[in-house]
Design a protein around this ligand. Sequence first.
Ligand SMILES: [Zn+2]
Length: 348
Amino acid sequence: MKILFILSAFALVGSCATKKYAVKVQDLKDSIQIVDSSLVVKYSNTITTEELRNHLYTLTSDTFKGRFTGEMGQKMAANLIKTYYQNQQISSPFGNDNYFQIIPESFLPKDTKASENIVAFIKGEENPDEILIISAHYDHLGVTKGGEIYEGADDNASGTSAVLEIAQAFKLADNDGFRPKRSILFLNLTAEEIGKQGSEYYTLHPIFPLENTIADLNIDMIGRFDEIHKNNKDYLYLIGSDRLSNELHYLSEKVNTTFSKLTLDYRYNAENDSNRYYERSDHYNFAIHGIPVIFYFNGEHADYHKPTDTSDKIDFEILAKRTKFIFATAWQLANMNQRIKVDNGIIY
Ligand SMILES: [Zn+2]
């Protein structure tokens, strides 16, 4: 009887704890309110397959010679991206016509020339000091010894094109009087392929204080599908969303169920995932400074880091759907009442 009593007392404690835990998650989910639904839909629709296709085919053309860090092709791509922001009348965070954050040669591996991050900015209306970063690297692997160009269509002309379309969508909303509450920095990063030095440099020399940087949404390869999902292309891998902020994770989930209905696949978010993708793209440099991140990724494929990663293999329908989902998430982060909380840790 005594033993049984002790056991049932334990069971009681256990169930209470479990209930508390479940309630905590439910409370968090219930507290998340989607804002501006109709505006999100309206400006999502400015993100089109045609424009994504134009950006991507331009970035991958031979002119840019595989966009290798520090080389002429990368610099021409940087100028192309800068010109795009200027044409869209999206300003520089420096307040002039300089859109480049220069990474000096001394910061880069031996024999690599100085290179540029490109930065564009929409200033927030109510909390301009709070900054949301939307990032993607635009550099790639250059040219093979045999002279074949690495187009890097998926890696990462797809993410770069997505950032350009998201920036335009926010700017069109701004033009119509719907400026975001918080500021948004569009960050086109260099030197990812040679060791993520573009994002490392940014976080060591941030244009805006890192403590006011509310999150980084980082896009690296979102224009293709992998073997696992060949029968359901409407998916996306999300990595990191719950590592620093449960609120970010559940917000992202709610945005998806409200607007996008993609299959969000978290298999690579597992702490013991042998691919270690969480550490392998630019968001990681923000995460190590305690800034919540989401890494958006379609997984690897046979053309990964090969000259055969070409534009003709991009699925523009799915690229557009994923871009709209990221835009909708960014809209919430920029416009929700309180900035996203860093509530550390996984509670499910
Ligand atoms: Zn990449």
